[in-house]
Design a protein around this ligand. Structure first.
Ligand SMILES: [Zn+2]
Length: 88
């Protein structure tokens, strides 16, 4: 698995340290960065920053009523949002 820079790990570790400091002496801690995803390209896995997107449109259903269609998708960043390094 490849990663373009170390920012996701740095951010993860900073948040984990902050949580541990704010809630000391707990049993276990965990942090998940939701703005990242694992992507496959020609057999190579990479961990990239992404932004979740939701869009909708209203259309006529078969019975003539207006109906809202919602869809969730995402866009992948082409540059690291933390250090600005290009993501290949
Ligand atoms: Zn970075």
């Amino acid at each position: 698995m490849s990663e373009q820079c170390e920012c996701s790990k740095k951010v993860h570790d900073k948040i984990l340290d902050a949580v541990k400091s704010k809630f000391p002496d707990q049993l276990e801690y965990g942090v998940t960065l939701l703005g990242y995803g694992l992507f496959e390209n020609k057999g190579d896995l990479s961990y990239k920053p992404k932004m979740d997107v939701e869009y909708y449109y209203d259309h006529h259903a078969k019975n003539g009523d207006m109906k809202r269609k919602k869809t969730k998708t995402f866009v992948v960043f082409t540059f690291c949002p933390f250090c600005g390094k290009e993501i290949v």
